[in-house]
Design a binder for this molecule. Structure first.
Ligand code: B12
Ligand code: SF4
Ligand code: SF4
Length: 379
């Protein structure tokens, strides 16, 4: 079996994976109970697919009862430069490191299939391939295989790659000797918990996705709860704060996979340019990027929240133009951005001019949020 494992590891390295390790897919674990607790507490927010797949997701064998071994692959997506200074710059948008190149699902999937083909040709056993697309808990499997451990920020990190590691899994119906699991090395550190702008960790090792800016910028479809809009700063797709502050990144190196390399548009893009995107231009600009999946309207909503946080009066014209946008989601976010950028008196005039002509109830509610009430509330 060690011959098979060595062959697979060599092939995985050839395919561009940085780590390839083996774990039992059938031994029991507590991750399923923790997932159930996460969903029961409503921490998955609008990700209804977590609820509907809860039973199958709870353990690899609940999804595929023949599963015996998990081959867990990691691909390093480390940035060229420390992203922390970029996050603090309010004059440009911040796109998280994982989304700066081609969509990792596309990068990894074909290679997993190639590797799975090699495995199937050596064993007379069935194999299945997963990369964030099936109801499978990848992080606890990766920890069991020894790729790293789930840190207090809940992501898998390793001593070699720090936090910047994509995961992919092949399940196989044959028993293959497992590697040793990794143990936790966070110690007394709390850097990730302290760095989170929205306090999204109810406790170490637990996340409330509803408060997470990655969830809000990517998964949440409608207008955001108002409390999070100012906290997003310039983040317009995903969030890296809890990852970027981790001391284990000191050993990380830049990704070697060229398809994951940052495109020019994803490093400090000008907010005015992004606010001007129409649907066809958005699709061309973010072709093959994971950003394309959220669609132009949701993306421009995020850009408008960042414009509202920019403090840049030159961006008023960009936001004002979007008050006429066809999407109520965009118009509502433009209202919020303007409420932050223009003086109260000028805002009241705008509202006076616009509210009567607005027929969407959600956008009307956004305008009313900032109307001075008789008791002096609002603003
Ligand atoms: C849903 C999801 C999200 C959600 C929820 C994230 C989350 N932490 O659960 C949102 C949209 C917020 C998200 C964001 C991100 N995601 Co995401 N996401 C997923 C997905 C599809 C499922 C994760 C899941 O099952 N969550 C449910 C919770 C319950 O699971 P869990 O985190 O493992 O929970 C464990 C802990 O909470 C712990 N626990 C709970 N209670 C307790 C108590 C104690 C005492 C202890 C010790 C532990 C403990 O045990 C639980 C079970 O292991 C996976 C892909 C997959 N299929 O696995 C990608 C995945 C986790 N995401 C990934 C990435 C890259 C991200 C982002 C970094 C992207 C970005 N830059 O914006 C952020 C990171 C945010 C963060 N701090 O987690 C990568 C992470 C790679 C890695 N090295 O870990 C994955 C694995 C995708 C991939 N194939 O590479 N994501
Ligand atoms: S990704 Fe950002 S918002 Fe989400 S938990 Fe990490 S620091 Fe907090
Ligand atoms: S920042 Fe500290 S606590 Fe958080 S994952 Fe890294 S080592 Fe663990």
């Amino acid at each position: 079996m060690s011959d098979l494992r060595d062959t697979l590891r060599a092939k995985a390295a050839e395919l561009g994976f940085d780590v390839c390790r083996f774990a039992s897919a059938s031994d029991p674990w507590s991750a399923g109970e923790r997932l159930a607790h996460f969903v029961e507490a409503g921490r998955h927010g609008e990700m209804g697919w977590m609820e509907t797949t809860l039973e199958r997701r709870a353990h690899p064998t609940a999804m595929w009862d023949a599963a015996r071994t998990a081959i867990v692959l990691g691909m390093n997506y480390g940035p060229e430069h420390d992203p922390l200074p970029e996050m603090e710059d309010r004059s440009a948008g911040y796109i998280s490191v994982y989304a700066r190149g081609d969509d990792y699902h596309e990068v990894i999937k074909g290679r997993l299939k190639t590797l799975a083909g090699q495995l199937a040709s050596r064993l007379s056993a069935e194999v299945k391939v997963f990369v964030d697309t099936a109801p499978l808990m990848e992080k606890p499997l990766a920890q069991r295989a020894g790729l790293g451990w789930q840190g207090k920020h809940t992501n898998l990190l390793s001593r070699e790659h720090g936090n910047w590691l994509f995961l992919g899994v092949i399940l196989c119906a044959a028993d293959i000797e497992p590697d040793a699991a990794e143990t936790e090395h966070c110690g007394s550190c709390t850097a990730c918990l302290d760095a989170c702008p929205t306090k999204a960790f109810p406790a170490p090792f637990q996340l409330d996705a509803r408060r997470c800016l990655s969830y809000l910028t990517i998964e949440h479809a409608g207008p955001w709860p108002v409390e999070f809009r100012a906290l997003t700063g310039s983040r317009i797709y995903g969030c890296d704060d809890c990852l970027a502050v981790c001391p284990w990144n000191k050993f990380a190196v830049a990704a070697r996979e060229t398809r994951l390399a940052a495109r020019d548009i994803s490093i400090s893009p000008r907010l005015a340019d992004l606010a001007a995107l129409d649907d066809p231009t958005f699709r061309i600009l973010f072709s093959k990027s994971p950003i394309k999946r959220i669609g132009r309207d949701r993306f421009v909503r995020n850009v408008l929240y960042a414009i509202g946080n920019s403090g840049d009066a030159d961006l008023v014209a960009s936001a004002e133009r979007l008050l006429d946008d066809g999407s109520p989601l965009v118009r509502g976010a433009a209202v919020w951005a303007l409420s932050r950028l223009v003086e109260a008196e000028a805002f009241a005039e705008l509202r006076e001019a616009r509210l009567a002509g607005e027929d969407d109830e959600g956008v009307r509610a956004e305008w009313r949020l900032y109307s001075p009430s008789p008791s002096g509330e609002g603003g």
